[in-house]
Design a protein around this ligand. Structure first.
Ligand SMILES: [Fe+2]
Length: 281
């Protein structure tokens, strides 16, 4: 369970082809306000996140705050949606906010999903539900995948594969430079094939239990030793920045937000040298 004061800020610098100028994104994911979190716990989480994001702003302008889904759990309880809306309104007071849906928002009953998404829009948050927005010459697209890529009729077996074709059917053709907000990183090869320049994902909760030298142990789909757990990955010239997120049960797997600085580059050689990780507490 999240403890106040235990929220880390991980800083990354990512050289990215095609962007006009340096661009700073604060990325957070998987807060999971739920029926299992009390009003007081929700308030502690809100205050820790807002405190950390304000600390980030003190170091310089934040161009965009990106939230990649599972802000609430599929059973948000009495306090989950009000807590989510309060958090996002406070973040919107710091910088522009874009939001894409996770599997838990997809699973919400229609009335609760509308309450959340309309509430976010009312608070000035840009909801990217298979839609996009142009910011400083880059396109930000938010991918909402069908529920059966996460869980099917047979539980976690026989899930629908995420392909470039499925991404295109959901969200259309890529335009460059493109930052794709995609809740699950399991489709990264497909996102890269589709043409995303940078992908922001969460969902994996860092592998839930992390073992030094091994990494994350378990994915939400109950797969052991997931290929993607946390950090930076590259494929076909595309970069995935994956956060361990904030909420839910975790062991040796700190809750985090990611402070991303995108740096313009001209050639692919520079782009390959992307990892530069520091942790601030
Ligand atoms: Fe998720």
């Amino acid at each position: 369970m999240f403890r106040s004061g235990a929220l880390l800020v991980r800083q990354e610098r990512i050289p990215l082809r095609g962007i006009r100028s340096a661009f700073r994104i604060v990325h957070l994911s998987d807060v999971h306000f739920s029926k299992a979190t009390s009003f007081a716990q929700n308030e502690a989480v809100i205050s820790a996140i807002v405190h950390r994001v304000r600390q980030c702003r003190q170091k310089g302008k934040i161009d965009l705050i990106a939230v990649t889904g599972d802000l609430v759990s599929r059973q948000p309880g009495l306090y989950g949606i009000p807590a989510a809306l309060k958090l996002m309104a406070l973040l919107r007071g710091i910088a522009p906010v874009v939001f894409s849906l996770g599997n838990h928002e997809t699973d919400l009953p229609a009335g609760q999903r509308a309450e959340l998404l309309n509430g976010l829009r009312d608070r000035g948050v840009l909801v990217l539900d298979n839609t996009g927005v142009n910011v400083s010459g880059s396109t930000f697209r938010g991918l909402t995948l069908p529920g059966d890529v996460y869980k099917g009729n047979y539980g976690y077996r026989g899930l629908r594969p995420i392909t470039a074709g499925l991404v295109k059917r959901c969200i259309g053709q890529v335009t460059h430079p493109c930052v794709l907000l995609a809740h699950t990183p399991t489709g990264f090869p497909a996102y890269a094939r589709w043409g995303a320049d940078l992908v922001l994902s969460g969902h994996m909760h860092g592998g839930i239990v992390r073992v030094p030298g091994i990494g994350g142990i378990l994915s939400p789909e109950r797969k052991f030793f997931p290929v993607y757990d946390v950090g930076l990955y590259q494929e076909r010239g595309s970069i995935l920045s994956l956060t361990a997120g904030i909420g839910k049960f975790r062991i040796c797997d700190p809750a985090e937000i990611v402070d991303l600085k995108l740096i313009p580059v001209r050639n692919s050689q520079q782009r390959r040298n992307c990892a530069n990780v520091t942790i601030s507490t």
